[in-house]
Design a protein around this ligand. Structure first.
Ligand SMILES: [Zn+2]
Length: 272
């Protein structure tokens, strides 16, 4: 259901620590620069318009590693948050031993990667996790987020500090235990595609996978009436999003980001 549950907790912690130590080794002070990390490890790289075939790819040839980053319409330019995330994802395939060794041994061919948080392939999920933890190391993230009430402005500020996309920053925010609990829901054409929940968020059983999203949610309002809310937060009854018993009357806040071209909405839910 939520892609990330495919990685065991101990494995997640291992990857998080690995990424954090790479961040500390190569970029201890400033914003993480994937190019510096590649240079220091003798990995060459190129940016080019490779069309829509892939966002990134790590290749092993004649004992050398090379990273391709596609500057297609969505990635825009080399320093864009999306290109940086793709680069960090490919570095994940290099730094995670099992990924690098199997590529080196020719056990797995070079494979194209897509940076869209939708993959269900555990190898891709691990590289995505590595990328998020490398670009947004836990210790540095917590310096900005611990003890703060959740708000979109807070996450926006953090995303600018790390030069990461708002969606990647929200997902990282939810994954860090001491942060204000939130739930992120990505929906398309009226149904939920995936969601990520902070471990201590107050609700569990989300509706919208096998049935249409309630029109009484902010996302549902977009799908049914094309209404887009621009305020910082809207109130929504928890029962519109969740199958719930004793929490029936609780209220949630919802804020949406809209992607009209894909008829896609990302909702964030939280309580005070
Ligand atoms: Zn990949």
């Amino acid at each position: 259901m939520t892609g990330r549950t495919l990685i065991q907790k101990s494995r997640k912690e291992f990857i998080e620590e690995l990424a954090e130590s790479v961040a500390e080794d190569y970029c201890p002070k400033n914003v993480i620069q994937p190019e510096i990390i590649a240079d220091e490890n003798g990995i060459t790289y190129s940016y080019n318009n490779y069309g829509l075939c892939f966002d990134g790819m790590l290749e092993h040839r004649f004992g050398k590693f090379h990273i391709y980053i596609s500057l297609n319409k969505r990635l825009v330019h080399e320093t864009s948050a999306r290109a940086r995330f793709t680069f960090a994802h490919e570095l994940g395939h290099y730094f995670i031993d099992e990924h690098r060794i199997s590529l080196k041994n020719g056990k797995t061919p070079s494979h194209p990667s897509y940076t869209n948080f939708q993959s269900k392939n555990p190898i891709e999920l691990e590289a995505d996790l590595f990328a998020a933890c490398l670009l947004m190391p836990k210790s540095r993230f917590e310096e900005l987020s611990t003890g703060q009430i959740f708000s979109f402005n807070l996450v926006d500020m953090i995303s600018k500090k790390f030069n990461t996309s708002l969606s990647a920053t929200l997902i990282r925010y939810a994954a860090i235990d001491n942060n204000h609990p939130i739930c992120i829901i990505c929906s398309q054409n009226g149904r939920v595609k995936w969601h990520r929940t902070s471990s201590d968020f107050g609700f569990k059983y989300l509706k919208g996978y096998d049935e249409n999203i309630s029109p009484w949610t902010v996302a549902g309002e977009y799908f049914t009436k094309k209404i887009k809310r621009t305020s910082d937060k809207e109130e929504v009854e928890a029962k519109e999003w969740y199958k719930i018993g004793e929490n029936y009357n609780r209220m949630l806040y919802e804020k949406c980001i809209y992607a009209d071209a894909q008829n896609l909405v990302m909702s964030v839910l939280w309580e005070d």
